[in-house]
Design a protein around this ligand. Structure first.
Ligand SMILES: Cc1cc2nc3c(=O)[nH]c(=O)nc-3n(C[C@H](O)[C@H](O)[C@H](O)COP(=O)(O)OP(=O)(O)OC[C@H]3O[C@@H](n4cnc5c(N)ncnc54)[C@H](O)[C@@H]3O)c2cc1C
Length: 455
């Protein structure tokens, strides 16, 4: 199927669908964008998804490539490191990077969605149909069945092509897999999450350090908090769904109070509504989606969370989806048919999305457990020192993922494993500070084991 001048249908106007619509329109495609929810512009945010998100270099790079970063810049709150709230009291800051631009940013999900939709809606060739839900696809007829929820009628649209950016619970992915056109697996994490709020003080100011991501690591669970523009923070509790200490077990106000006051005493005092919120707010599900291939012929392709949703512990889900959009755009520039674009996109991208899925799961352990460990903290310091000494060869894995869009996720995973081994060796035994490190040996090992990063 030739792609020249085609009308492209997109299902799902979340971050991926909206950004993709902008990029496709820039390539002179007419875009029909279908979204099951009502228009979020001019409405209060819906509850149920995280209120704010961490935006990092990969996401920023993609937003710049699409010409929309400028529209979002004002709403970004920089976070320069993890501020750890220790179980025994006290806090410590673990910087994310060591250069002035090595920051991540908190952004409101609602504002991000609104802005992307605003920009997409302003493009002459983009039409957004809200309250239109994809229900089914008929692959032999190459049509998708979409329900117009306002008029309760079904419409049929041609898949020539149709891009499915309908998120982790993608209806299109489930349709494709139920007909054995692709293989798909959804793996739920045993942990869920719940959001709680830390309001601003009476003068509208943040009640904790504003330019940090706060973490209360507590072993098998953790609380985190990201700043919002209005002086509040949104805290997220990640906890097992079932078991002795779990969302299932915490139903009575007294038990909730004991859990929160006992584990997070410093922040409990800053969350006046947390008991009511704990009871009222839903437990969000977390999981990983793996699918292959991501497309069927030249008819339809999965992009973003619909193809590869990941757990949120690296703060990369949306960043990765934005990177998808620019990679898909690059494939469009190279290939002549939709089938080739889809196949090329999937071949190039899947090793990288598999890699970030693995790193996101690994980062859960890091955030809830390892960050409080002294050996881990020493290894973090050593990583930064080795990066200073060998900036082309040793870049901490976290930095490769968060600050270096030019380094593919797959490379970050591979190099990260070599680096982790090296750090473990250099800090083995009774090594407790940088002064104990044998840097002559470290320098030799770095040069021997790590080639310069291709930039
Ligand atoms: C708790 C939590 C915290 C997170 N934190 C971060 C973070 O800090 N940084 C980060 O980068 N990522 C984060 N993520 C991940 C991020 O939210 C997702 O990766 C991102 O939202 C995926 O975008 P998407 O557009 O592909 O899917 P979605 O955001 O899910 O959007 C899909 C859209 O499709 C619509 N839709 C669904 N079904 C249909 C249908 N049948 N028909 C029509 N429309 C449909 C939906 O209404 C929605 O608008 C987090 C996720 C969670 C759960």
């Amino acid at each position: 199927m030739n792609k020249q001048g085609a009308t492209v249908r997109i299902v799902g106007a979340g971050p991926t669908g909206a950004l993709l619509a902008i990029l496709l329109n820039a390539r002179d495609h007419t875009v029909e964008l279908y979204e099951s929810r009502p228009d979020p512009r001019g409405r209060a945010p819906e509850s149920g998804r995280s209120i704010n998100l961490a935006l990092a270099d990969r996401g920023i790079h993609a937003l710049k490539a699409a010409g929309v970063f400028h529209d979002l810049e004002n709403g970004l709150l920089p976070m320069r490191g993890r501020l750890i709230h220790h179980a025994e009291g006290g806090t410590s800051l673990q910087p994310y990077g060591q250069r002035p631009n090595e920051l991540i940013y908190s952004i409101s999900r609602h504002k991000l969605n609104q802005t992307l939709l605003d920009v997409a809606g302003r493009q002459p060739g983009v039409t957004v149909h809200f309250e239109h839900r994809l229900e089914a696809a008929e692959f032999t007829a190459a049509t998708a069945l979409i329900r117009d929820l306002r008029h309760d009628r079904q419409i049929s649209v041609p898949m020539q092509p149709l891009l499915a950016t309908d998120g982790a619970a993608s209806a299109m992915r489930r349709c494709m897999s139920s007909r054995n056109l692709i293989e798909a697996r959804e793996t739920d994490l045993e942990h869920g999450y719940k959001e709680l709020s830390i309001p601003a003080d009476s003068a509208g100011r943040h009640r904790m350090v504003r330019d940090a991501l706060h973490i209360w690591p507590r072993g098998s669970y953790m609380l985190i908090a990201l700043p919002n523009e209005d002086g509040s923070f949104t805290a997220t509790l990640f906890l097992s769904k079932h078991g002795a200490v779990s969302f299932e077990a915490l139903t009575e106000p007294a038990a909730i109070e004991e859990f929160l006051s006992g584990n997070f005493p410093d922040v409990r005092a800053l969350m006046p509504d947390c008991i009511a919120e704990f009871k009222d707010h839903p437990v969000g599900f977390l999981g990983t989606v793996s699918a292959h291939p991501w497309h069927y012929q030249g008819m339809t392709a999965l992009i973003g969370d619909s193809a590869h949703a990941i757990v949120p512990f690296h703060g990369q889900g949306m960043n990765c989806c934005f990177e998808d959009c620019v990679e898909f755009d690059a494939c469009m520039g190279l290939e002549t048919s939709w089938e080739k674009v889809f196949a090329q996109f999937c071949a190039l991208r899947k090793p990288n999305t598999d890699a970030i899925a693995a790193m996101a799961l690994d980062n859960y352990l890091e955030m809830r457990e390892r960050v409080a460990d002294l050996k881990f903290q020493l290894q973090q310091e050593l990583s930064l020192e080795l990066e200073r000494r060998h900036p082309q060869r040793f870049i901490p894995r976290y930095s490769m993922v968060m600050f270096h869009h030019e380094i593919p996720y797959e490379t970050a995973l591979e190099r990260g494993a070599i680096q982790a081994q090296l750090l473990a060796e250099l800090t083995a035994g009774r090594v407790s500070s940088l002064a104990d490190i044998d840097f002559t040996r470290a320098d030799i090992e770095v040069r021997a084991r790590l080639t310069p990063v291709r930039a």
